[in-house]
Design a protein around this ligand. Structure first.
Ligand SMILES: [Ca+2]
Ligand SMILES: [Ca+2]
Ligand SMILES: [Ca+2]
Ligand SMILES: [Ca+2]
Length: 469
């Protein structure tokens, strides 16, 4: 297993588990002059046998119209991809600013034209079905939930921001109401970020009250979206014009709010504030994560969270290469490790996604933008996908159910070369088959040494097929 540098506090240590897949496997589109495109993150959808990751390259293409690259990630094959273009390409349209993937559809906003394009997901790829043209200045957040779609439209010099609520009608998606902020004030960025969690819709005002720009988050009951939302408790330990609400990330009972310019530790360090919902339904702050060593001006707090694991990073040019990992035990969150991304040319990570101990980070680099894939937990074949994610996507890789992919259960050397001729081939397989399901000590074909000749040995042999290293 390779060792890569980790930074813990002030000391440089080594992490055994962080691995990266080759970056060319997940390269992102370029601009018309061949230069790497800028991104605005993307969305990740976990399915039964694959992970679908869509990343928006917002100024890619001949006229900078934007492109969305959709990767399909499976164990073994790492990734294949397909590009989606705007059905009505517009120069500098910023197609791909926000992406939302559901089981049936993909929603992609084109920020500078104020449009949201809807695609039906099919076996042959996404098919454009509808373009939603809003009376919106700049749709900047997008959440689909069942038969409803929420589009945040926070930016305009003349209004406080608003959230459009659309419903799926027989004619397609239609605006059925608009949520206005409870205490409207110009430029307070109501709708800067959005997320559905449980039976609530969280809507942030990134700049509110405008006089102090501390930000706040409102919680609407999804059943009525009424005029009297609850307010998420104000962050403890925040300071300055923190822009609390720059981003919201949620999973299960966890809500994470990014405060991009929080100065609680140092000037504009930024932070992620973790909240947990108690059994009584109340929200309580569980953790604040600022950048390592409380570096100033790092604009920290870009987050993702799934199944009790969260990752946090920044998206500033000069603060990009470190990822914090936090894990939940019960209702307690703790920051557990800091992973340095061993990529010299990463210039700016644009977002992050985490699932089963594997992190995906779209990033900009002068050498070519791409998605870094980092295993945070055990990754026995060092391909960047954690063992846990590989087994979720293909449970048959673990025939003995011990949580380790069978192909990795070999011992040192070349134990699958049973006849010692330097190659694992049909002759060795013949020996294995002839002693199949034997048990006992010192069996020649028991290549993992567990006393059984079984499916694990077969998996190890197939993985080692060919000449010994
Ligand atoms: Ca792996
Ligand atoms: Ca196994
Ligand atoms: Ca042999
Ligand atoms: Ca065995």
């Amino acid at each position: 297993m390779k060792l890569v540098p980790c930074i813990a506090g002030l000391s440089l240590t080594f992490c055994a588990s962080a691995q990266l897949v080759p970056q060319d496997a997940l390269a992102l589109p370029t601009r018309s002059n061949g230069a790497p495109a800028n991104s605005n993150g993307g969305d990740l959808h976990v399915e039964s046998s694959r992970v679908v990751l869509a990343v928006g390259s917002i100024d890619a293409g001949v006229n900078g119209e934007g492109t969305v690259r959709v990767f399909t990630i499976r164990p073994g094959s790492v990734a294949s991809w397909k590009d989606i273009h705007s059905p009505m390409p517009t120069a500098n349209g910023q197609f791909g600013w926000n992406i939302e993937i559901t089981d049936q559809e993909m929603f992609i906003s084109e920020r500078s034209t104020g449009k949201v394009h809807v695609f039906e997901r099919t076996n042959t790829g996404p098919i454009h079905t509808q373009t939603i043209a809003l009376n919106a200045f700049m749709p900047s957040s997008l959440v689909a939930h069942g038969d409803r779609l929420f589009i945040g439209d926070p930016f305009d010099s003349n209004y406080p921001g608003r959230v459009h609520v659309l419903e799926r009608l027989s004619s397609g998606w239609s605006v059925t109401r608009v949520i206005e902020p409870p205490f409207p004030a110009s430029q307070q960025n109501f709708g800067a970020s959005l997320r559905v969690i449980g039976n609530q819709l969280a809507i942030a005002e990134g700049v509110s009250p405008v006089s102090s720009c501390t930000g706040r988050v409102w919680l609407y009951d999804l059943n009525d979206l009424g005029a009297n939302p609850a307010q998420l408790p104000a962050p403890i330990g925040a300071s300055g014009c923190s822009l609390f609400g720059t981003g919201i990330f949620a999973d299960g009972s966890t809500l994470i709010v990014r405060a991009r310019d929080d100065s609680g530790a140092s000037s504009q360090a930024g932070a992620a504030f973790f909240y947990e919902r108690t059994s009584s339904g109340a929200w309580q702050q569980a953790l604040k994560l600022g950048p390592p060593n409380n570096e100033s001006n790092w604009e920290w707090g870009v987050s993702s969270v799934r199944d009790g694991v969260a990752i946090v990073s920044g998206d500033r040019h000069d603060a990009p290469r470190i990822l914090q990992v936090a894990r939940r035990t019960g209702s307690m969150w703790a920051s557990q490790e800091t992973v340095a991304l061993p990529l010299g040319s990463i210039n700016r990570p644009w977002g992050n996604q985490v699932v089963d101990g594997t992190a995906f980070l779209p990033y900009f680099s002068p050498d070519g933008s791409a998605v870094a894939v980092v295993a945070l937990d055990a990754d026995c074949d060092s391909d960047g996908l954690s063992d846990a994610l590989e087994l979720r996507l293909d449970p048959s890789q673990d025939c003995n159910g011990d949580g380790t992919p069978d192909a990795c259960e070999a011992q040192a050397g070349c134990p699958t070369d049973l006849d010692g001729d330097g190659t694992t081939d049909g002759k060795d397989l013949g020996v294995l088959v002839s002693t199949w399901e034997s048990t006992g000590p010192s069996l020649e074909a028991d290549v993992n040494g567990d006393g059984n000749v079984d499916c694990v040995d077969l998996a190890v042999m197939l993985a080692a097929w060919g000449a010994c290293d």
